[in-house]
Design a protein around this ligand. Structure first.
Ligand code: PLP
Length: 458
């Protein structure tokens, strides 16, 4: 059981990420104590299916012995080695080489970070350095998408387009610009894929003109599927069309695969499925399956050579104490073995089952849209299907739905705007996938009984 003293210590001393500090003081912590496979157990001894893989990260599932052994071995042999001063260690070298082999196109050079936010930061630094090296330092403006999420560092939070990451922080910065998302379910141009792609292309071109032309623009960022914005899946061909505009205008195209990487949507990298090779690609989460922190930036050979030539004998001044950490890299290698040893395959099968199962919820009175790819999905709730009316803010039962799903033995992400998010571990069994769908339906049926939700329903 979770003791009162632990709850008090948490209240008094531990600041939780992206939380209402006062709200959390009142609510107290809900603590997990153990996990195995695709399930987690809370401090009351309740076991739940983790339909969100922690924070879309535990792709390989919990308690994988080979991963635990790899980390333990590395901790014993060499727990730390800096990459500074020309030093190094074996695991990050091997991991970089394997990843370069598996990455799309000429993304042959890997820079390891601590997570996704500093990977995104690193892309901004490399992009600026690259354009300076090419004699075009005035290309210093960056464009990303509304509903996009690119981390919580100052730079990444500015590229992010979720208001809660800006308010009170003086963001975004004046060189950070946004264009509308493809958001198929609520796009003003309708749901026709060709029209959505044409609109996005036109919006990108217009934004480039508005901020001084291509000679001012360094890079455009896109997640292959927007995650924290509500699992927004672009129409097939959208990534390719945006990539082509960037190539034509000589603007770097940066794919943020922090969520979509490592089998989340099916293949190892979603970009491969989209048929594109970005100039840079960021990863984290599934890279180490959440066992230890690590992120990565992949650089195209073209970018790498320009930066290396320009720096010559001088240092490229970018690095962290924990860049290329040997324990994280050893975990990365062990996790990669699992992906290649059948986990990606299982994820693809279970992903198809998850999508089919959730699609079956479309008949529920509260469900307006079901979308996703592979083991990444969302259900968007509405009170009027024809008008796509979101649940009214006062009745928005996100926390209620989250709590209720928990009671029903399911962890989901309940976004504030009435979207339910799913990103289960790739090791899920058929019974666990079916459990996710059944427990969601039960949770929605119970929510339908709430007086405020019933009153809002048409
Ligand atoms: N980019 C994307 C697309 C993400 O989803 C996230 C985190 O969810 C990040 C960047 C930031 O990663 P981290 O939380 O590891 O810093």
């Amino acid at each position: 059981m979770l003791s009162n003293s632990l709850i008090e210590l948490d209240r008094a001393h531990l600041i939780h990420p992206v939380a209402s500090w006062r709200g959390h003081e009142k609510a107290g912590v809900r603590m997990l104590t153990s996990a195995k496979g695709a399930t987690v157990t809370d401090a009351n001894g309740k076991t739940l299916i983790d339909g969100f893989a922690g924070l879309w990260c535990v792709n390989a599932g919990y308690g994988q012995e080979t991963v635990i052994e790899a980390a333990t071995r590395q901790l014993r042999e060499l727990p730390y080695a800096t990459g500074y001063f020309g030093l190094g260690s074996e695991p990050p070298i091997r991991l970089a080489a394997r990843l370069a082999d598996l990455a799309p196109g000429d993304l042959k050079h890997v820079y390891f970070t601590l997570g996704g936010s500093d990977a995104v930061d690193s892309t901004v630094r490399f992009a600026r350095y690259y354009w300076t090296a090419r004699g075009l330092p005035q290309k210093d403006q960056f464009i990303s998408l509304e509903q996009g999420y690119h981390g919580s560092s100052t730079v990444g939070a500015g590229l992010t387009a979720l208001p809660v990451f800006h308010a009170g922080f003086g963001l975004p910065m004046d060189w950070q610009h946004k264009i509308p998302s493809h958001y198929t379910y609520r796009n003003p141009v309708g749901s026709d894929p060709a029209a959505i792609i044409a609109a996005s292309v036109a919006q990108l071109r217009a934004k480039v003109q508005e901020i001084g032309g291509a000679e001012r623009v360094a890079a455009f960022y896109a997640e292959p599927i927007q995650g924290s914005g509500g699992v927004l899946v672009p129409p097939a061909g959208w990534m390719k069309a945006m990539r082509d505009v960037c190539t034509e205008l000589d603007i770097l195209f940066i794919a943020d695969e922090v969520i979509t990487g490592f089998g989340r949507t099916g293949p190892l990298f979603a970009c491969a499925e989209d048929g594109i090779v970005p100039d840079m690609m960021t990863c984290a989460k599934g890279l180490t399956s959440g066992y230890v922190p690590m992120g990565a930036v992949f650089l195209s050979d073209r970018l790498y050579q320009v930066i290396a030539d320009h720096a010559g004998a001088a240092a490229v001044g970018h690095g962290f104490t924990y860049s290329a950490h040997p324990v994280s890299a050893a975990v990365g290698l062990a996790v990669l073995d699992l992906y290649e040893g059948g986990l990606l395959e299982n994820g693809r099968k279970m992903g198809a089952r998850l999508q089919a199962g959730l699609a079956g919820l479309a008949d529920h009175p509260l469900v307006g849209d079901v979308r996703g790819r592979g083991m990444l999905a969302a259900v968007e709730l509405v009170t009027d299907k024809a008008l796509k009316t979101p649940l009214p803010a006062a009745a928005l039962p996100s926390q209620r739905i989250f709590d209720r799903a928990w009671e029903n033995g399911l962890v989901i992400r309940a976004f504030g705007n009435g979207v339910l998010g799913y990103a289960p571990p790739l090791c899920c069994t058929e019974a666990e996938i079916d459990g996710i769908v059944e427990r969601t339906r039960l949770t929605l049926d119970q929510t339908l009984e709430d007086a405020d939700v019933r009153a809002a329903l048409r």
